[in-house]
Design a protein around this ligand. Sequence first.
Ligand SMILES: [Fe+2]
Length: 392
Amino acid sequence: MQQQSFRFFVPTVVHFGWNAVADTGRVVREWGTRCLIVTTSRIYHQTPLIREIQEQLRGYHVASEVFDGIIPNPTVDVLEQGVAVARTFQPDVILGVGGGSSMDAAKAVALGATHAGSVWDYRLGGEKAIDHPVIPVITVGTTAGTGSQISPVSVLTHSGIHSKHAIVDVKLCPKAAIVDPALTVTVPPRVTAATGFDVFAHAFESTIHSRRSPFTDILAREALTLVVRYLPRAVMNGNDREAREAMARADTLAGICITNAGTTLPHGIAMAIGGHAPHVMHGEALASVYPEVMKFSWASAPQAFARLYDIMADPDESSGLTVEAKAQKVSGEIESFLTKIGLRCTLKTLGVEAGSLPGIIEDTFHLPDYQANPKQPTVEDVNRLVYASFRG
Ligand SMILES: [Fe+2]
């Protein structure tokens, strides 16, 4: 067995199960008596979820305030509004309710309310560092994707410079995550596919990341197996409870993977796409670049790619193939999988302007993801990958 030293941690208490959301009041009370709920206006006004949570909080004598200004790909301006609400309300716990954007925003607000300057200053490689604890964050996820319920990551967009970036610090890890598959059954098919493919990307990229470990490999393998088997079912029938539960499990496992390993080149390009084309869902951006990036990277990590092929391919087709042959065929398997979940797309079909491509290529190098890729890309490589993903 190969000798290897590694670090592994899961700082978040996971409350998993159907109707786990009914436990939110009790879990919040463990962390304080003043709770700021960070969510979207759609969840607040079009579903009873927030009012039900506030009712629970009242039952536990927890005062609550709602900031419902979160938008998909939350901008610095929106996050600063949330910080202002937090500075006035003075919560001792922040509850992020919604998809990745709401949960990420809850972390950014928890940071902004306890640290000086703009939250943008704390992005990876930014001017400031998080040097003391933030307000404790608890998450209630309503999609199976992003892994934000458990991760130290808060993705944010600076609309002024078309830049999508991330704040990453272990102090942002939620204290508790309520993972209730029941909250995901109403998610529409396209969003189910996009968020579910993000789960796939988190799990797979963790297996080729420079910080991967035997522990992340085990969790990633389980997450990938669940996504390949159950995501098509969840897309086909949102009420398929077995599929929804499997995806909720996969999402959390993949979240543990990125917390301990991380993401690589596909995420680096997808984040840059999100900065220049905020209308594109994160999972759609990943889907548009994945086949090309797989063709580029496979030869530098053939074992990991071959293991993915074994998970995705028909066993009859894979028998007798060499590791290299399997690894090379992964991009074809991913193209078929994307077709199956209705997510086969190009940057062009996603409505990304050709004029944005040079900026996307440049911004890919503003994040560390490309450095963790098994094959380090040059600017020319990313140029070729992005234009190929544009044309399809
Ligand atoms: Fe992601």
